[in-house]
Design a binder for this molecule. Structure first.
Ligand SMILES: NC(=O)c1ccc[n+]([C@@H]2O[C@H](COP(=O)([O-])OP(=O)(O)OC[C@H]3O[C@@H](n4cnc5c(N)ncnc54)[C@H](O)[C@@H]3O)[C@@H](O)[C@H]2O)c1
Ligand SMILES: O=C(O)C[C@H](O)C(=O)O
Length: 331
């Protein structure tokens, strides 16, 4: 069955290794790579790999964005600028908000039914931007728009196995809820599978490391960008989860992701009430043939996690509204 995936920002630090991992995915038949620079070389290189996906390159000229997006079933967006030391993800809003708005406008026009996977920061604002653009074009379907928070999940599995070294980092699962920026990343260590006890000191240290894992990489790269290789892995993992549920019809595929809570209409009111009325939040999401199938509630959490959640909710209010206001002001 044909399955077209489009990567916007494909020549970047994330875009290149992500495109490589997607080229290795044999469910994908057509891999369209779009960027404003350098993408023909990336596509020529990847096109020599002997897997089924046909790789094509698109630059902005000659209706490149339109042709890259046309008939795409899945669009992944890692376009935009990354952080340098001393910056917050919100500092990227000034440049990335406009990039995401314009890419979302094109996607709403040329592939309105595609699953949209948003990597570009600040995710807490860029996802609401995509939602508002799709609404303004009359093609909004909250089941199909995802903020990719998988890197937080990947990191949490790895970091927990650093302190409990008998734990297999592949098997361990920690729900990460909230959003994707330091204080809004809330790991629910009390819900770790397989079950595990942490002292308060362990839980605090581990939580801090998960919340600020991105900063570790930004500092180590020392001005040359932020996480790219681990993000490519995380993005490919989330893309495969979406493909497994939507194309292959696999059941029980659950990944934490930042979504509009109205995507689960039966539970939206209760979900929103649990996060002080926020309309977007990262929670473990069960994926189905149409995208979001069911959003898992926060569940039972301890006093420490309640404190973290309260802080995350306050930050998220401003981040989400900033995205909404940006699109309103662009009209
Ligand atoms: N969600 C996450 O967990 C996560 C993790 C890591 C990085 N990020 C974010 O991903 C983004 C990209 O990071 P990177 O390290 O790949 O940056 P990068 O600068 O290496 O690459 C970005 C690419 O986007 C391209 N680009 C810029 N404007 C574009 C446009 N209008 N259309 C298409 N392409 C465009 C650039 O040419 C470049 O190739 C950043 O915003 C970063 O903060 C998110
Ligand atoms: O830290 C960053 O700015 C990039 C990304 O959001 C990450 O978590 O690594």
């Amino acid at each position: 069955m044909p399955y077209k995936v489009t990567v916007c920002g494909a020549a970047g630090g994330i875009g290149q290794p992500l495109s490589l991992l997607l080229k290795l995915n044999t469910d994908i038949t057509d891999l369209a790579l779009y960027d404003i620079v350098n993408v023909p070389g990336v596509a020529a290189d990847l096109s020599h790999i002997n897997t089924p996906a046909k790789v094509t390159a698109f630059l902005p000229d000659n209706h490149g964005l339109k042709n890259a997006l046309a008939d795409a079933q899945l669009v992944i967006i890692p376009a935009g600028v990354p952080r340098k030391p001393g910056m917050t993800r919100d500092d990227l809003f000034k440049i990335n908000a406009g990039i995401i708005r314009d890419l979302a406008t094109a996607a709403a026009t040329y592939c309105p039914n595609a699953f949209m996977l948003i990597i570009s920061n600040p995710v807490n604002s860029t996802v609401p931007i995509v939602a508002e653009v799709f609404k303004s074009k009359g093609v909004y379907n909250p089941k199909r728009i995802f903020g990719v928070t998988t890197l937080d999940v990947v990191r949490s599995s790895r970091f927990v196995s650093d302190i409990k070294n008998w734990i297999d980092p592949v098997a361990v699962r920690i729900p990460i809820v909230g959003g994707h920026s330091g204080p809004t990343i809330v790991p629910l260590l009390s819900q770790i599978e397989p079950a595990q006890d942490f002292t308060r000191e362990e839980a605090e240290a581990l939580t801090k490391r998960i919340q600020y894992g991105g900063d570790e990489v930004v500092q180590a790269k020392n001005g040359a960008g932020s996480a790219t290789l681990s993000m490519a892995h995380a993005g490919a993992r989330f893309a495969q989860a979406v493909i497994a549920a939507t194309l292959r019809g696999e059941k029980g595929v659950v990944e934490p992701t930042f979504v509009a809570l109205e995507a689960d209409s039966a539970n939206a009111a209760a979900l929103q009430a649990s996060v002080d009325g926020l309309d977007h939040f990262a929670l473990p999401v069960e994926l189905g043939p149409h995208g979001v199938e069911r959003i898992h509630p926060i569940g039972s959490i301890n006093a420490f996690e309640k404190e973290l959640l309260a802080i995350a909710i306050q930050d998220l209010k401003g981040n989400i509204q900033k995205g909404v206001d940006f699109v309103a002001a662009s009209k």
